[in-house]
Design a protein around this ligand. Sequence first.
Ligand code: GLN
Ligand code: ZN
Length: 761
Amino acid sequence: MTSTIGSTVLGYPRIGPNRELKRALESYWASRSSEAELRAVAHQLRVDTWRTLDGAGLDSVPGNTFSFYDQVLDTAVTFGAVPPRYTELGLSPLDTYFAMARGKESVPPLEMTKWFDTNYHYLVPEIGPDTRFSLSDRTPVEQYREARELGVSTRPVVVGPLTFLLLSKPEEGAPASFHPLDKLDELLDAYAELLRELRRAGAHWVQLDEPAFAADRSPAEMEALRRAYRGLGDLDERPELLVAGYFGDLGEALEVLASSPVEALAVDLVAGRSAAETVPMLRGLRNKTVVAGVVDGRNIWRTDLDAALTTAATLLGSANEVAVSTSCSLLHVPYDVEAETGIDPQVKSWLAFADQKVGEVVTLGRALREGRGAVADELAAARDAVTDRARAERVRNHRVRARLDSLRPENARRPDYAKRREAQEKSLRLPPLPTTTIGSFPQTSDIRTTRAAFRSGKLDEATYNQRMRDEIERVIRLQERLGLDVLVHGEPERNDMVQYFSEHMEGFAATDNGWVQSYGSRCVRPPILFGDVSRPEAITVEWAKYANALTEKPVKGMLTGPVTILAWSFVRDDQPLADTAKQVALAIRDEVHDLEAAGIRVVQVDEPALRELLPLRAVYHTEYLDWAVEAFRLATSGISDSTQIHTHLCYSEFGDVIDAIVALDADVTSIEAARSRMEVLDDLNGVGFARGVGPGVYDIHSPRVPDPDEVADLVRAALRAVPAERLWVNPDCGLKTRGYEEVEAALRHMVSAAGTVRSSL
Ligand code: GLN
Ligand code: ZN
């Protein structure tokens, strides 16, 4: 007999409502506090979380949602997948764990990458033929007991075995034919052991997360899914199993799981077309509990509870039990909207952060069980908020809408590249292999303090402006001394490449405390894009003009592209993303035009998040890429042929976005390439890319200063794939996280290497 789930959430933030974990971690890493002190903070955060979730009235409280760094890393450690280079360090278990996350002296950390299409990053486990899985760490069991002592019987959440292996990579030196999935059966034995121990400890339910099946999967992977859950389901001593798929619809995997012996499935009924695709398939799940993810776990809007209830109610009668939940873990939203005091009260009344979403789920659970009447007040309040938001004047800007309506395709097209190129050569007169940087220069603590003092009102505007100008002048003089060809102003005035622009545009709101974990102790505070976007006045022009006047060399204007602005914000959910992207594009376009009018001849529009927003399923790729590319082109068209547009993408593995990169039609594209030794250039040639390209020749992710010969070798390697007329020489990315000493030396070596190769052309 299955027990009910009722109302639940799939996960909860863990960094602490006031980033307590961040502080505790950083203090421990800096040896300012002991392991015991760190553990005490962690324990208190867990206790607070359980009390909050239980106290709010959830029927089933998720457990094991705490992590010192990352849940995928936790899973690797739980099952003993710790590469020998870390165990050999001979550290304590906790320090071994942190060595995997952050590296230790000469031992590099595990690779870090994006968690599906979110802004969270996980650590990539390394699995080889000799990896021996075993239940090596019992944190999930210990934390189950810890909660039990407080009277809360949690539902431990663990990354599922398939998702774990699919996110892993083969260890270095593994045979080419080896795939981590080859180790599934051994891993399942270790999972079985964990499930048994959790059952013995008293756990009724365990949640296994399988978001990897919201993406396209091969028949072999589907078959592995079938085998895994048949096996786990058939164990004789185990808790009931809830398998959670999120970030999209489970597609075929839903049928596979439906025919497995697991007791419950959690489905995302919010992401993309998920609900429409999923609901009909769920109607056949007679003997399962369906956990309907009707509250968006990734965005910050109050839920339309009537609509959510209707969706959940259509499933009643077809499943064994219909439970309600968030669409995914609440890890991706801040804790509590009540902590916001600075935000406009009307906008605030439309928002729900993690704690409010927990409340919404509880309300929906009661409505399903006891009828709408039992929660009539809550439903009415939600309805009022939804109506108020839909009607609000501030969400609509008629000028922006009219402008969008009048756009024609030609507004997002530039004349032929050949023509532009000729005009740009005349105007810029650059040497072959021109050198430049990606935009930011090191952000010294002095710059940060100055910005903070200005924000808090301790520094007046005139003094602030003067300090920034002094910094810009220093950076310009440094670049002149180094002999760079296209200069930048260095971006000292920017805290963050998205936040800075959002603060200068209409349609965005900022939070005071809306922190979301990005990785480890790092948090971001995404702006909230709530209404039509416009740019009341020029944002970057004064700084760029100032820099430009200081030098004879061309100064490149620096902007963030529309897709990246969307990707790193919480975006409105009341219109297609494509429409929002166009509005942001128009604002950026105004800025490009103003920069041009101010005499700036080179403008860079960064799109490092282009690949990040790519939908998980290939069927949606074209639609996304079409509007993403169109938005970039809208932002960068309508200018003189002689104005050179650059773009910067942070990565070099383009995969499915490679054709889109050609379609952006930027005059110059800079990309990361130092670590992959220019391989990316062949990929670009393969799709007929024939514009300027600046493959990074200096890896800015490391403090190491490459010597001139090394850089020259990379430039020569690039020349094998790209003719000299199209090749630029630049670092991999912005320099803001680096120190001046290394940056000066590295740039000096870069310029001298470019000179050496240039003279041999
Ligand atoms: N122009 C930005 C900088 O240099 C680009 C940063 C990025 O690509 N993430 O900092
Ligand atoms: Zn970058």
